[in-house]
Design a protein around this ligand. Structure first.
Ligand code: 13P
Length: 253
């Protein structure tokens, strides 16, 4: 049985005060959920403060992005080494908002993935199709292309220490969740893409679903064979809602 993961992607939200309250409330409820990995991904500037607040707990720290470059003249970027330095264990790469709004191509995402992996951090590689792509029947082709770019760049070995998050773009922030069956179909395909290179790595790979996950729909999603947890946006900003999702992942909802 793969240990489930629930990661909260706060996106461009938060303040020092709001974060303190949110994290305190999450810590209060997360303490007894030892068989699930819980990761909080605040904006860069809040990483040290959130890291300090969760230190010694069973909650881990993640960032929302990382530079492909190690250092130098790259204004506005944050390197994977810096993220490790401030206590991150995980880094989201290739989120659809980065891909759609900030020009992150498959190649750029592969570069970010490589940089994160080389620092010994766990990349959470986001993949997913747009509504137009789903409606024109190319969902699996898109997924294969997105994962293929990473496999071409780094090979399959780093996937043993990585997480993949399937986030259909049409389900993000829309209230429109993929059905458990729709998500399972893609997750199983993701696992088979990796299995074609390495069956053992594929069997151990955690594949998260993201896109309008809420307390009310988490358990049915996590019940699917290849859904190993969730990458949570909006509901990660509400401690009670987030904890309900964590409890669903831990199997005691
Ligand atoms: P929502 O949960 O708000 O749909 O966001 C999902 C997401 O993009 C997490 O990375």
């Amino acid at each position: 049985m793969r240990t489930r993961i629930v990661a909260g992607n706060w996106k461009l939200n938060g303040s020092r005060l709001a974060n303190q309250r949110l994290v305190a409330d999450i810590l209060g409820g997360a303490a007894d959920l030892s068989d699930t990995e819980i990761i909080l991904c605040p904006p860069f500037v809040y990483l040290p403060a959130v890291g300090e607040q969760i230190s010694g707990s069973n909650v881990q720290l993640g960032a929302q992005n990382a530079a492909a470059q190690a250092s130098g003249a790259f204004t506005g970027e944050v390197s994977a080494a810096m993220l490790r330095d401030v206590g991150c264990s995980h880094v989201i790469v290739g989120h659809s908002e980065r891909r759609a709004l900030f020009g992150d191509t498959d190649e750029i995402v592969a570069g970010r993935f490589r940089a994160v992996h080389e620092q010994g951090l766990t990349p959470i590689l986001c993949i997913g199709e747009s509504l137009e792509e789903r409606e024109s029947g190319v969902t699996m082709t898109v997924i294969e292309r997105q994962i293929g770019a990473v496999l071409d760049a780094v090979g399959v070995e780093p996937l043993a220490a990585s997480v993949i998050a399937y986030e259909p773009v049409w389900a993000i922030g829309t209230g429109l969740t993929a059905t458990p069956e729709q998500a399972q179909e893609v997750h199983s395909h993701v696992r088979s893409i990796i299995a074609a290179r390495d069956a053992k790595i594929a069997a151990g790979l955690r594949i998260l679903y993201g896109g309008s996950v809420k307390g009310a729909n988490a358990a049915e999603l996590f019940a699917m064979a290849d859904i190993d947890g969730g990458l949570i946006g909006g509901a990660a900003l509400d401690a009670a809602e987030f904890l309900t999702i964590c409890r669903a992942a831990a199997g005691n909802n």
